[in-house]
Design a protein around this ligand. Structure first.
Ligand SMILES: Cc1cc2nc3c(=O)[nH]c(=O)nc-3n(C[C@H](O)[C@H](O)[C@H](O)COP(=O)(O)OP(=O)(O)OC[C@H]3O[C@@H](n4cnc5c(N)ncnc54)[C@H](O)[C@@H]3O)c2cc1C
Length: 377
């Protein structure tokens, strides 16, 4: 079967893109298990950092919001405090049902261009599409500082997206690297499991913010407008501005939780070198400070390097893709230099900027890619 559009990845961006495609009457196939990164790659009970009103999936019309979901299940219309991961998953599943979005469950193993169409292999079957959007999310691109990966045994460190090893955390000395929310969540998880945790961050001061106070509809309109302006700017202006608009921040509530758990902080930690011996791991900082540990957790986030994307690595598509700093270079509708190939979510950071790191960046991308892009081809 050949469809007009194949969307690879059924996370918040893939679901939103599929809802927009359906709204525009585009024949579309959505590949992947719905919300699998949120279901399997994030800790149980994890509270979302984004405020309830910004935790919504995108539709072309008014749509089914988290608030509407809470009302539908008989609770108060607005969630207070951080939204638990499980509630977001429940909302996403109901969103998918209401929007009538079916997923082709298999993972896409191969993506290739054949003449005027794309061929995708998933679950041993061949599928064809005129256009493809890759919405495969951040999980394929964990970033680990080379000082860690080149100096320590692989069993001595893990990225925060990986589950802790079988050796257990109780009593272990853990260094969590990073000054953002991922690092804070990894630190809380280890400390709750009985580890002695120190967060090591380059920043001299953590930027502690409280996103819960962000008013909903006003904020989403602001995200739309600022993304719309940003994506139309020339690269020389857009890229530095986007970096400026993307400070690393930590939520007040999680910072409070860490203090309550007795987590230590080593801030202003620059130019560290690691070594490993019988006594464990040693981190020496340029200013003379030193820290000892049994294991290191890298809460250092995600960085896209397209040449390592499993669907592109070594393919002729990659050779035809223009990239900048590992990211695809896109036009202001998310279209790449390969005819018919579009990118969404974190993969579209170079064009859509910091909102691409969050679920609330999806509406602006869905409108650009589907309503103004694929639907007008
Ligand atoms: C610990 C943590 C906490 C976070 N908290 C928040 C938060 O509070 N608020 C917020 O807005 N954002 C948060 N984020 C960021 C969040 O992950 C992204 O905003 C969101 O998941 C992006 O959606 P996506 O659809 O682009 O990617 P994903 O949710 O990752 O979805 C992409 C999907 O594509 C699938 N996929 C990949 N390759 C293939 C393939 N070959 N075939 C088929 N399917 C494939 C993946 O399995 C995945 O299910 C958090 C991230 C982390 C790691």
């Amino acid at each position: 079967m050949k469809v007009a559009l194949a969307i690879v990845g059924a996370g918040p961006y893939g679901l939103g893109l599929a809802a927009h495609a359906r709204g525009a009457g585009i024949s579309c196939q959505l590949f992947g298990r719905p919300m699998s990164f949120w279901r399997e790659g994030m800790p149980e009970g994890m509270p979302l950092r984004s405020p309830p009103a910004l935790t919504l999936l995108s539709t072309p019309g008014a749509g089914y919001t988290l608030e509407a979901h809470l009302e539908a299940r008989g609770g108060p219309g607005a969630a207070r405090g951080p939204v638990p991961r499980e509630l977001f998953l429940e909302y996403a599943e109901e969103f998918r049902r209401r929007e009538g979005l079916e997923c082709t469950a298999g993972r896409v193993d191969v993506l290739a261009r054949e003449g005027d169409r794309f061929v995708l292999q998933a679950g041993g079957e061949r599928h064809e599409a005129t256009d493809v959007v890759l919405a495969t999310g951040p999980a394929l691109h964990p970033w680990v500082p080379p000082q860690v990966s080149e100096s320590l045994a692989r069993s001595s460190w893990r990225h925060s997206s990986e589950p802790p090893g079988p050796e257990g955390l109780a009593g272990a000395r853990i260094l969590v690297l990073g000054g953002g929310q991922s690092a804070m969540e990894a630190a809380a998880l280890s400390a709750r499991a009985g580890a002695r945790v120190t967060v090591v961050a380059r920043a001299r001061r953590l930027r502690v913010v409280d996103s819960r106070g962000i008013p909903g509809r006003g904020a989403i309109a602001l995200v739309h407008r600022s993304t719309a302006v940003l994506r139309r700017l020339p690269a020389g202006l857009r890229r530095p501005l986007a970096r400026l608009l993307a400070p690393t921040t930590v939520e007040t509530w999680s910072h409070g939780v860490l203090r309550g758990l007795g987590v230590g902080f080593c801030l202003g930690a620059r130019d560290g070198t690691f070594d490993e011996g019988p006594g464990g791991i040693h981190l020496r900082l340029a200013d003379g400070r030193g820290l000892a540990a049994d294991r290191v957790v890298c809460g250092t986030g995600y960085r896209v390097e397209l040449s390592r994307h499993p669907l592109l690595a070594g393919s002729s598509l990659l050779a035809a893709l223009r990239t900048h700093d590992g990211l695809p270079v896109l036009d202001d509708r998310g279209r790449s230099s390969v005819e018919g190939l579009w990118f969404a979510g974190l993969l579209a950071w170079d064009r859509f900027g910091p909102a691409s790191n969050f679920v609330f960046g999806a509406p602006a991308q869905c409108r650009a890619i589907i309503d103004r892009g694929v639907a007008r081809r």
